[in-house]
Design a protein around this ligand. Structure first.
Ligand SMILES: Nc1nc2c(ncn2[C@@H]2O[C@H](COP(=O)(O)OP(=O)(O)OP(=O)(O)O)[C@@H](O)[C@H]2O)c(=O)[nH]1
Ligand SMILES: [Mg+2]
Length: 322
């Protein structure tokens, strides 16, 4: 865990802007105050403004209101403690872990998808650094054959991180690169293959189909693959990220049903936004777990998503060094 050094400290820094809107506001609203209906209404507006999501906000506020009316709580301090506890309970432990291939059964394949510019390639560098730190061997596949400079960008990260890249022709078929990358991963016996893909809008049908094709090539090459199909979401986009999650999940669902489309979300750029409450809205709107959060531009700026640490950082009184 040394890689995630000072989890709370870094997360606190990353969440500085969100905290300003959400928790500093909530603290000054609630601490030392007697509860009344007007205060509860104000609490509701603040939660919505921080992108917590209408469903979760409604549920939380309804409970506060009921407890207040039943005489169970009477102060803002009690509400703050209640909010922290309830938010931490939203995420079960098991679905936040990276799914790995069973030991000895070939490479784990992670397919990384998302809209243009959300941070896919940077997030891959972060995942790569994280896995390398855990002692795993990693190979990268440059399936973004579309954008000029995309392969080079991945290669620069790979050189820095000391891993190899499998690439193809600029403008070539990304599925062919995925095929070659899977073959190379198996031949070399690497632990994890991470595939970078070109950015695409969730509304671009042919490009979404290309992603489905990519995934079936992996499934044919590597048993159980891709073990993770991650969607990178840019936290600064707020509610639009929810639509991306829903559409990518739908497009990537196998036609025959069964397995889910997306297996996880990498939430990037949490450091640049006041919309960190989106983590809660994502949970509410989709069943896809946030597995990692990105809090900066270097490979070390990554955290495994930990609800306890997240909520603590969000509600921290002050951010040392932030
Ligand atoms: N502040 C901050 N910047 C980030 C983070 N993740 C990525 N970025 C920046 O976002 C920009 C886009 O990152 P890329 O990794 O190239 O995004 P991409 O999704 O691969 O882009 P395309 O391949 O063009 O679709 C770069 O300037 C990154 O440094 C993050 O967690 N925090
Ligand atoms: Mg990229």
């Amino acid at each position: 865990m040394a890689f995630f050094k000072s989890i709370l400290g870094k997360l606190r820094q990353g969440l500085a802007k969100t905290r300003e809107v959400l928790s500093v506001g909530l603290r000054s609203l609630l601490l030392g105050r007697r509860l009344d209906e007007a205060l509860i209404n104000e609490l509701e507006s603040r939660l919505i403004a921080a992108d917590v999501g209408t469903g979760t906000t409604a549920r939380l506020v309804a409970q506060v209101r009921a407890d207040f009316r039943a005489g169970k709580i009477s102060t803002g301090d009690e509400v703050l403690a209640y909010l922290k506890e309830e938010l931490k309970k939203l995420w079960p432990e098991e679905d936040r872990r990276l799914r790995m291939a069973p030991a000895g059964s070939g490479p784990t394949v992670i397919l990384v998808t998302g809209v243009n510019g959300v941070g896919k390639t940077t997030s891959i560098a972060k995942l790569c650094a994280h896995l390398r730190h855990e002692g795993k061997s990693v190979l990268l596949g440059a399936c973004d054959t579309f954008r000029a400079g995309a392969v080079r960008q991945l290669e620069v990260w790979a050189e820095r991180l000391g891993v190899e890249v499998v690439k193809g022709q600029q403008g070539g078929d990304p599925a062919a690169v995925a095929f070659d990358a899977c073959a190379a991963a198996k031949a070399r016996g690497v632990d994890v293959l991470i595939l970078d893909t070109a950015g695409r809008l969730q509304t671009q049908d042919p490009l979404m189909r290309q992603l489905t094709k990519l995934r079936s090539v992996v499934a044919k090459q590597v048993s159980g693959g891709p073990h993770e199909t991650l969607l990178v979401l840019d936290a600064t986009t707020g509610q639009n990220a929810l639509r991306q999650a829903e559409e990518f999940d739908r497009a990537l669902r196998p036609a025959e049903g069964g397995a889910t489309g997306l297996t996880g979300i990498f939430l990037s750029k949490l450091d640049g936004t006041a919309k960190g409450g989106i983590v809660i809205a994502i949970k509410e709107a989709t069943n896809v777990p946030v597995k990692f959060v990105g809090t900066g531009e270097t490979p070390e700026d990554v955290q495994a998503f930990d609800p306890g640490a997240f909520v603590e950082a969000l509600f921290a009184e002050e951010a040392p060094g932030a």
